[in-house]
Ligand binder design. Structure first.
Ligand SMILES: Cc1cc2nc3c(=O)[nH]c(=O)nc-3n(C[C@H](O)[C@H](O)[C@H](O)COP(=O)(O)OP(=O)(O)OC[C@H]3O[C@@H](n4cnc5c(N)ncnc54)[C@H](O)[C@@H]3O)c2cc1C
Length: 447
């Protein structure tokens, strides 16, 4: 067994992982299948190609969780952030980049590094030994996807995400919504009150169906729907099949009694289910959708109790290969069944260029430390990087696990700061100040 680190996939995560490991003195081979084998979204053979938008989103490191992730990555010497800053385009508070110059810049820097080599190969199986990071992304090749499925079981590797919108708990109006599981099912009080319910009368339901039918939708990309199955239909498609379909599906009003109006039978009920162990996030059950983001916020705020909802993320359905990380990966991103293999990037169930790169940064550092024979202290869950990795490897509900963007709902609350909309600026500043101090401490301790 050699001390070389093999990285499969030279996208956002693989490129950052390679940079971090090589910077720590480790020899790295990047196995990238492009340009020999392409995907429906990538257009070049460059490393770190941005497949769609050219934005790294908000660069505000005081009031925004993704801006904080930028800050943490810069502090850790991230190549992805350095190249994004070098090729930055004017975009207000967002960090937008010249995509070609960016990925060419990343490619050149990696290929000039004396410890990094690239092999244009598609890896189609999980190796028996060595040091490996798999960062093959949402469009992991079919052969490798099948090999991972054979290792993890069919339930544990998804080829599509079906993301229901996720709402910050403290933005839900509890004078209208109530806690109750259908038919009060469950052994414990916690299980019997696991859901939040939002009731609708007939007029509200009819208006909601009209809004669903007329809202603007996004189309699937060409080639994206191969293998798409009926089990995760968008709610608007269910509504198109008949105005009553949702009332017999995710919005059925049975087995629930509204304590705010016990004698009035709701015409339909929307249910939300807890999405993280902290109880700060709730997903709207069965509401995966292809509505455009702007339309989603308007339509979902028609639901009684969600008029002032703040969304940690909006819904979507995409071609997306990702692991059920809460069951398969340990806190160091290692596959529990084969600990010499780490996963990184979007395939771990984070979503977005920045989040994927951050998981590459962490995997690269962890792998480098392991090859050198030491281990790193756990990343504090109070940092953006730590909140994300804690969520995907344990904090998230494994049964309903879907990809996640970084957001403040993943952070442990800061004691003594006001909740709700009014306290938001101070609260977010509290999160980011704490995160910066803890991340700086971790970098110092990790060496
Ligand atoms: C159509 C589409 C649009 C998207 N739009 C956006 C967007 O606008 N903004 C955003 O933030 N995110 C977007 N994403 C998500 C985006 O893909 C990720 O944010 C980011 O690229 C993930 O980084 P990654 O390194 O995990 O995967 P990637 O950047 O996709 O890198 C994975 C790499 O692995 C290679 N690979 C795959 N299988 C193998 C194999 N078997 N052997 C060798 N190499 C292999 C691929 O060629 C690729 O280079 C989009 C995704 C898709 C599919």
């Amino acid at each position: 067994m050699t001390d070389t680190l093999h990285i499969v996939g030279g996208g956002m995560a693989g490129s950052e992982a390679a940079w971090q490991a090589a910077s720590a003195g480790i020899d790295v081979v990047i196995h990238e299948m492009r340009p020999k084998t392409g995907t429906f979204a990538h257009k070049t053979g460059d490393l770190a190609e941005m497949v769609c938008s050219n934005s790294f989103r908000s660069d505000d490191d005081e009031q925004n969780a993704v801006g904080l992730l930028h800050w943490e990555m810069r502090a850790a010497g991230s190549l992805i952030m350095e190249m994004a800053d070098t090729h930055r385009l004017p975009a207000g508070g967002a960090l937008a980049v010249d995509r070609e110059a960016f990925s060419q810049g990343v490619t050149e820097r990696l290929m000039r590094h004396p410890r990094i080599r690239r092999e244009d190969t598609e890896i189609t199986s999980l190796p028996a030994d060595g040091h490996w990071i798999f960062a093959t992304g949402p469009l992991t090749s079919d052969a490798l996807g099948q090999a991972i499925r054979a290792e993890t079981g069919a339930e544990a590797l998804a080829f599509f995400d079906a993301i229901a919108p996720i709402v910050h708990f403290d933005s839900i109006d509890l004078s209208k919504a109530w806690f109750q599981s259908r038919y009060d099912k469950g052994e414990t009080e916690e299980e019997r009150t696991a859901y939040l319910n939002c009731p609708m009368d007939r007029d509200q339901y009819e208006a909601f169906i009209d809004a669903l039918l007329t809202a603007e939708k996004t189309a699937f990309h060409e080639g994206e729907t191969a293998g798409y199955f009926d089990g995760c239909l968008p709610i608007e498609v269910m509504a198109e099949r008949g105005r009553e379909t949702l009332r017999h599906g995710p919005m059925k009003p049975v087995g629930l009694t509204n304590p705010h109006a016990p004698h009035i039978k709701a015409h339909a009920i929307v249910q939300l289910r807890r999405d993280n162990a902290l109880g700060t996030l709730y997903n709207i059950v069965g509401f995966q959708t292809k509505m455009k983001y702007g339309a989603q916020a308007d339509v979902f705020r028609m639901i009684p109790g969600l008029e002032a909802a703040r969304f940690a993320r909006l819904g979507g359905i995409h071609r997306n290969t990702f692991l059920n990380s809460p069951t398969l990966l340990d806190a160091e991103l290692r596959l529990k069944s084969r600990p010499h293999i780490r996963f990184a990037g979007q395939v771990t169930g984070v979503e977005g260029y920045v989040e994927s790169s951050a998981m590459g940064l962490l995997a690269g550092r962890l792998a480098a430390a392991a090859i050198k024979g030491h281990s790193l202290p756990p990343v504090p869950a109070t940092t953006a990087t730590g909140a994300l990795v804690t969520h995907i490897t344990g904090g998230a509900e494994a049964k309903t696990f879907q990809p996640m963007n970084v957001n403040f709902g993943l952070f442990p609350p800061v004691e003594g700061l006001k909740g709700g909309r009014r306290g938001r600026r101070d609260r977010y500043k509290g999160y980011t100040d704490r995160a910066k101090a803890d991340w700086t401490g971790w970098l110092g301790a990790a060496g």
